[in-house]
Write a protein that binds this ligand. Sequence first.
Ligand code: ACO
Length: 338
Amino acid sequence: MLTPNPPPTCVSSIIGTGSYMPEKILTNDDLSKFVETSDEWITSRTGIRERRIAADDQATSDLAAEAARRAMTAAGVQPEEIDLIVIATVTPDMLFPSTACFVQKKIGANNAVCFDISAACSGFLYALQIARHFLNAGTRTTALVIGAEKLSTLINWRDRNTCVLFGDGAGAVVIRAVEPGVAAPGRVLSTVMGSDGTLTDVLKVPGGGSACPITSDNIASRPNTIHMEGRETFKHAVTRMCQASEQALAAAGLTKADIDMVIPHQANARIISAIADRLGLPMEKTFMNLDKYGNTSAATIPVALDEAHRQGKIKRGDVVLLVAFGGGFTWASSVVRW
Ligand code: ACO
């Protein structure tokens, strides 16, 4: 039988953001040298102009650790103050230990409990909600929530349907439990999440897990890379992100008119403009950086949040709507009073 949740003892506030993008840039023209595509096709269909590719000796935890250091510096928090690390990733360093444990070691956050979660492109908002539950319940005080991906390791560079879309990168936030009634910027007002496991086949990496281990017999068909039905994904992404946005606003007691900035998952500029259109928002209220980075899955939202903050595009007191959609399918939305 379900027992009622105790009332929250705290609220969660984002007190610092950070991001790290690898140095190497792969442009659309670079891609057109080894796959049949063009800058014109990629830009007009997706809005993506270039993406970052991590070095061979950079693992996901290296990208995540650097984003985490920058978020901790912004928050003025020391590593030993962090008591929870949740990393959203579909490209962990290894199947185990968790990437969060590798990050713990790299940043010296010796007092943290560490684990990863898997929700593809919605992963960061799932992780934010999980961390928020720990903080609001009063069982943890200061959390690092990270979205980090080395998606270049999951790409079939001969598949033009997918290889043009993705990139590597990491973003992080430090969130802290604050007593209710205490004024604090970056307050997470609401989060909603959803999943539809009947659509697992539409967007997936079929091989490399227990269902289809990689063998010398199947490796030639590249089951260890991203397989996606693009149009189907596109359709569900727009519908679910609009629904989730409306639900998160309602849960926060706000309406579309209250939104100052939307930070959507950065998959495709056409998806983002469809969402802005349905929410009745001008594109100036919609943050986009996918032209520089492509789709970095769980990293897109924390990276965009960090850039929007550092560029002064979101100011204290603004209502910021975060919304994501990804493989599973999964979707989520959060409202933050910046
Ligand atoms: N260059 C040139 N032509 C291409 C390329 C390319 N890179 N890729 C596909 N094409 C061709 C196709 O082969 C097809 O040719 P055909 O008509 O001769 O068969 C034609 O372009 C049109 O293909 P579509 O797939 O219909 O193109 P569409 O306009 O749907 O755009 C895209 C494809 C960009 C993938 C789009 O569907 C999309 O963005 N989907 C959503 C992706 C997404 O949001 N993913 C998010 C989740 S990712 C995650 O969770 C990890």
